[in-house]
Design a protein around this ligand. Structure first.
Ligand SMILES: C[S@@+](CC[C@H](N)C(=O)[O-])C[C@H]1O[C@@H](n2cnc3c(N)ncnc32)[C@H](O)[C@@H]1O
Length: 269
């Protein structure tokens, strides 16, 4: 069983793994929920598309492209590249959500710039944190706390190692925690949140995670921003009437909770 990891300068405690993931459990749950959400025919189309994509990744031309994300790792002596992620891990991630890709540093920086927040008041949560690159990049900003949620044990273990070995003089937050669990079961922490998503989920999973998030915000109202990189299912955010888009490009979108945005507007007026 994998354990949560923590690198902290003060009060961080390791978070126990809640319902550690196993391949069978991940697949079975995904099948059930996707069939319920889409119906069997569409689910089967999605499944065959994901299997085909995974096979295409084996082509020599694609294999070469996988090494295009290595600059960040060389610069920071970490291992966040997708080039060495095993075929089985990528296949399972692809069949149940989206395969592992690491966030591009320049796009991440654009997104951070678009957030109208005092970082020190916010917890950064990366849902589908993979090998942890977004967690490391977020730690160069003065977030109060950083959390990553990843359900593939091999990727989670790599993230734990990266959190321990990351060293950068620009690092401003050392309170970083990684947990190995399904994002659908994750309980969001209290306080203001920046929720980062690099296209981790199928539509059915994304809908479920959004439902959870809106439920917690309803229970405990607070500022929440969703930073969505690769906007495949942005329609789900656009449809959610508790959210409002505040920034975006073709590659990413940032939404915030409408009530807080309206309050901030009133305060500025
Ligand atoms: C595109 S990668 C993003 C990695 C990382 N966030 C980054 O930006 O560098 C998406 C990740 O989401 C993970 N994932 C997909 N569905 C998930 C779920 N239900 N719970 C937790 N992780 C999930 C995948 O295993 C994969 O590692």
């Amino acid at each position: 069983m994998d354990e949560g990891d923590s690198k902290s300068n003060s009060s961080a405690r390791p978070i126990p793994t809640q319902r550690a993931s196993s391949s069978q459990r991940i697949l079975a749950r995904h099948w059930q929920e996707s069939i319920r959400y889409h119906g069997l025919p569409r689910y089967l189309r999605e499944l065959s598309g994901a299997a085909k994509d995974a096979m295409l990744e084996l082509l020599p031309s694609r294999r070469k492209a996988r090494f295009g994300d290595l600059d960040y790792d060389w610069e920071h002596s970490v291992d966040t590249t997708r080039s060495n992620v095993g075929f089985g891990t990528q296949l399972l991630a692809g069949l149940t959500g989206r395969p592992y890709f690491a966030s591009e540093p320049w796009i991440f920086a654009e997104i951070m710039q678009a957030l109208p927040v005092d970082f020190s008041q916010f917890t950064f949560v990366d849902l589908g944190s993979g090998k942890g690159r977004a967690l490391l990049m977020a730690s160069d900003y003065p977030f109060q706390r950083i959390m990553g949620v990843e359900f593939m044990p091999a990727l989670h273990r790599a993230a734990q190692k990266n959190i321990r070995s990351y060293s950068n003089e620009r690092q401003q937050c050392r309170h970083i925690e990684a947990v190995c669990m399904d994002a659908r079961d994750f309980q969001f922490p209290d306080g203001p949140l920046v929720v980062y998503l690099f296209n981790p989920f199928s539509e059915a999973t994304f809908a479920r995670v959004l439902e959870n998030l809106s439920g917690t915000v309803e229970q405990a109202p607070r500022p929440v921003y969703i930073a969505y990189r690769f906007t495949e299912f942005e329609n789900l955010l656009a449809r959610a009437n508790w959210l409002e888009k505040i920034a975006g490009t073709q590659q990413w979108a940032v939404y915030g909770n409408r009530a807080v945005i309206a309050r901030d507007r009133r305060n500025r007026a």
